[in-house]
Design a protein around this ligand. Structure first.
Ligand code: TRP
Length: 333
């Protein structure tokens, strides 16, 4: 029997998912779900690193329903909720006693959040600092071969690989060394600040398109997206000089399955307003399908919970097995 490689990925339920999560992650999850044995997790423990515990259960169920509405198939994948598989927290602690804290200090995501929140020091929790260790535990517990992540998570994945390699060097072959699977498409950026990533936890909700936004709101947000003042307008992919237009082209390219060069040719006679109209229409087409499915299942909480119960059970068997191995080699078994 051919043993399938294992894929693990997760999204934090810190808010409803955005078009950036769909394009940057979930679309890829769906493309590979028939090829690998995939574990798609809802990282609720990661969502509380900023000290915000509001609506966590609701947001986790929204996230699950959105996974399903986008096409993640619960019959062939393991869909699980991080907090319900206690092995994640267990391994997190063990690894945190193994990793030198200087390594954590070098994480760019922590450094940039630290800079942003500086004046709100209660947001800088120890959890925010050790977050990459929890992410490492998520990945290593499942003997993961591949991790589909956006470019922004590449450093965290490197961190996980280093831990796994060092641990194996000391204790034998305990962990599979995970490899990143980074989508070829450019990252989807914030609408009003196209130099930074589109984030569902952005304080300004005009920066992102939520998968649950209504068509009128999508039109408005895309219409207000920052472009540039080139005169005449030029529809051209140029991340450095035209990040706003490049972002709209990225979105359009993925949603219409057309490569950027063809888009540039096809759209070369139109102005930015017309481009925005096309982009908003394409987004609304896909959101229509996602929302239709979403609203048909979101209130079936028994059904949603049953998916998690079954996914958690399957995940726990694998996680337990790895944690047992770890316990054995560090002499606490
Ligand atoms: N940290 C990831 C993010 O913010 C989410 C995440 C948690 C994750 N655990 C993971 C991603 C394990 C990949 C693998 O996007």
């Amino acid at each position: 029997m051919l043993i399938k490689n294992i894929v693990f990925s997760a999204i934090q339920p810190s808010n409803n998912l955005t078009i950036g999560n769909y394009i940057g992650a979930i679309k890829q999850w769906i493309n590979i779900q028939n090829i690998y044995k995939c574990i798609y997790c809802i990282a609720d423990l990661h969502a509380i690193t900023n000290n915000n515990f509001n609506n966590l259960k609701t947001l986790s169920l929204n996230t699950l329903a959105l996974y399903l509405a986008c096409g993640v198939d619960p019959d062939i994948n393991i869909i699980c909720l991080q907090s319900k598989i206690v092995e994640h927290s267990q391994l997190h602690w063990i690894l945190s006693c193994y990793v030198n804290w200087n390594k954590l200090k070098r994480m760019t995501q922590f450094k940039s959040k630290y800079m942003t929140y500086n004046h709100l020091s209660n947001k800088i929790t120890a959890g925010l600092f050790t977050y990459p260790i929890l992410m490492t535990s998520d990945i290593l517990l499942y003997q993961t071969n591949y991790v589909p992540v956006g470019y922004d998570q590449k450093q965290h994945l490197e961190f996980s690989r280093d831990i796994a390699k060092n641990f194996n060097k000391k204790y034998g072959n305990i962990f599979t060394i995970p490899k990143p699977l980074i989508p070829k498409i450019g990252k989807i950026t914030s609408l009003l600040n196209p130099m930074k990533k589109m984030s569902k936890s952005d304080i300004n909700d005009n920066n992102y398109i939520s998968l649950l936004d209504k068509p009128e709101l999508v039109k408005k947000k895309i219409n207000n997206a920052i472009t540039d003042s080139d005169n005449p307008p030029i529809i051209k992919y140029d991340l450095k000089n035209k990040p706003g237009i490049s972002n709209l082209l990225n979105i359009l390219s993925v949603l219409t399955n057309t490569n950027i060069i063809d888009l540039e040719k096809d759209l070369n006679n139109i102005n930015y307003k017309q481009l925005k109209k096309i982009v908003a229409n394409e987004i609304n087409n896909i959101l229509f399908k996602i929302q239709k499915k979403y609203f048909s299942i979101r209130n079936k909480e028994r059904y949603l919970n049953s998916i998690l119960i079954s996914g958690n059970r399957k995940a726990k068997i694998i996680a337990e097995n790895t944690l047992n191995k770890v316990h054995k080699v560090i002499n606490i078994k």
